[in-house]
Design a protein around this ligand. Structure first.
Ligand code: HEM
Length: 219
């Protein structure tokens, strides 16, 4: 199958990597051409926030998609996508701290404590840190696959926090946050369904446990 061959090729990772950087190039291009709107700080904050959430959702769709399409090779991209979600979250957070709050760390902390949508965004961001730190194959070995897998389920909590953060910050049109909420509900629902059907198909005693995946990332 052609798609299978493309996905398995060792050359595919590079174009995917460049594609993941495309939003950053686009932002730079718009900046150079003075197309960041009347309030560039707000524009950049929103732009990076949007891409953080999108990458979280894209990362979470890898597992259902690879199972539905019977393309286990897709797992090769999961770690990269998850790390790009973290990368855009770091940009988003840095822009908020550096440009919006002008490095007033007390002000940032007061905001985190006082404004529920900031508390939620901050929670989502903090939860991504252990996932990024433990995203290497060496860390999977160190933690043991089961423990690592449990830890990486935090990506769901982080994504849900991101959606709530978005929902709480929009003032009038809640269409987009609600679309994200619906996508998250489907992804979580699929996970729960897959978990129950896996339990139903538990191997008989003495059968070796399922093999670990060959690559790592938030699942
Ligand atoms: C998982 C982490 C996060 C995700 C997924 C996320 C996502 C988003 C999204 C989607 C938006 C709105 C974009 C739009 O309206 O087009 C946004 C805006 C914003 N986010 Fe985040 N965010 C996260 C973390 C944070 C953190 C840690 C902070 C700061 C502590 C933060 C501060 C803000 C601010 C100040 C805005 C703009 C609010 C406004 O203009 O009214 N976010 N974020």
């Amino acid at each position: 199958m052609q798609l299978k061959r493309i996905i398995s090729s060792r050359w595919t990772k590079l174009p995917v990597f460049v594609l993941c950087l495309a939003p950053l190039f686009l932002l730079g291009w718009q900046g150079i051409n003075g197309n960041l709107g009347a309030n560039p700080i707000e524009f950049v904050t929103h732009f990076t926030g949007d891409w953080t959430l999108l990458f979280l959702v894209i990362t979470l769709t890898v597992t259902p998609l690879r199972k539905l399409l019977r393309l286990p090779e897709m797992v090769r991209f999961r770690r990269m996508l998850g790390l790009f979600a973290f990368f855009y979250a770091c940009l988003h957070f840095s822009i908020y701290i550096g440009l919006d709050q002008v490095l007033d760390f007390r002000g940032v902390w007061a905001d985190v404590m006082k404004r529920p949508y900031i508390t939620m965004g901050f929670t989502g961001f903090v939860l991504m840190i252990p996932l990024a730190v433990t995203s290497t194959a060496a860390m999977v070995r160190r933690l043991g696959f089961r423990r690592w897998q449990m830890l990486h389920r935090l990506i769901y909590v982080s994504a849900v926090a991101g959606v709530i953060h978005f929902y709480w910050l929009v003032k009038s049109d809640v269409h987009l946050p609600l679309i994200y909420a619906a996508i998250m509900a489907v992804l979580l629902g699929w996970r729960v369904f897959a978990w129950f059907s896996d339990r139903g198909r538990k191997p008989a005693r003495g059968t070796p446990a399922r093999k670990e995946p060959t690559t790592v990332a938030a699942s």
